[in-house]
Design a protein around this ligand. Structure first.
Ligand code: C5P
Length: 231
């Protein structure tokens, strides 16, 4: 199989990470989580007490930071200036802060450049909010993942619970709604489905079923690409 860029976008709890990881594993591609970069910037801002609405300071901080995504077959690690922050960036506080720093155009410019660099050469599954619309408008396959807000909140609650963070479903539902609003309504790179993205609603599908569907679509796209190359 040749090397497509597969863009998977969708809201919180739509299953992007699990699905994208599995698709990459089946196809032998590299998995890249763009949200981890926004979380990394947010983590550093919280740690250094940089106000989350200070555009200039956040842009400068993002530009001066080194964020490494280390993707191997069985792990995905995130380093900020050499320090491993993989687990720390998954807290509810960092998630909220990430969706705040993500509204800042200057921060997005810095991170989009890094994302394009990381996916040079293809053979990549990248997940996020603007991958099919802004980062890779020419991606070989674009997927927009959706699920009902209640199902997404329950998935999120379970994720937090697995890390020992016990939250009420109503609390998580509110967190998900707030992040949805910020992601969908922001002026720069809002979360929208690219006109040529395949809409996959996985409210009633598990991650494995969703991943299989995407793998089938990828093989179909890749076959079509190969046929065009032969002509
Ligand atoms: O995907 P995840 O929930 O880890 O992303 C954290 C936050 O980063 C999101 O709520 C969103 O605001 C932001 N984000 C973004 N664009 C991306 C990926 C994530 O704005 N491509």
């Amino acid at each position: 199989m040749s090397e497509l860029v597969i863009a998977i976008d969708g809201p919180v709890g739509s299953g992007k990470s699990t699905v994208a990881r599995r698709v990459a594993e089946v196809l032998g591609y590299v998995y890249l989580d763009s949200g981890a970069m926004y979380r990394a910037v947010a983590w550093k801002a919280l740690r250094n007490h940089v106000p989350l609405d200070s555009e200039e300071e956040l842009q400068a901080m993002a530009g001066a930071s080194r964020i490494d995504l280390l993707s191997t077959d069985d792990s995905f690690r995130v380093l900020v200036d050499g320090a491993d922050v993989t687990d720390e960036i998954r807290s509810a506080a960092v998630a909220q802060a990430a969706s705040k720093v993500a509204v800042i155009a200057g921060v997005r410019t810095v991170l989009v450049k890094e994302q394009r660099r990381a996916a040079r050469g293809g053979g990549v599954v990248m997940e996020g909010r603007d991958i099919g619309t802004v980062v890779f408008p020419d991606a070989g396959l674009k997927i927009f993942l959706e699920a009902s807000v209640e199902v997404r909140a329950e998935r999120r609650r379970l994720e937090h619970a697995q890390k020992g963070e016990c939250l009420e479903l109503s609390e998580v539902l509110e967190e998900v709604r707030q992040r949805d609003r910020r992601d969908r309504e922001r002026a720069v790179s809002p979360l929208v489905r690219a006109h040529d993205a395949v809409l996959v609603d996985n409210t009633a599908m598990n991650a494995e079923e969703t991943a299989r569907l995407i793998v089938l679509l990828a093989r179909e796209r890749d076959g079509a690409k190969a046929a065009v190359r032969k002509v």
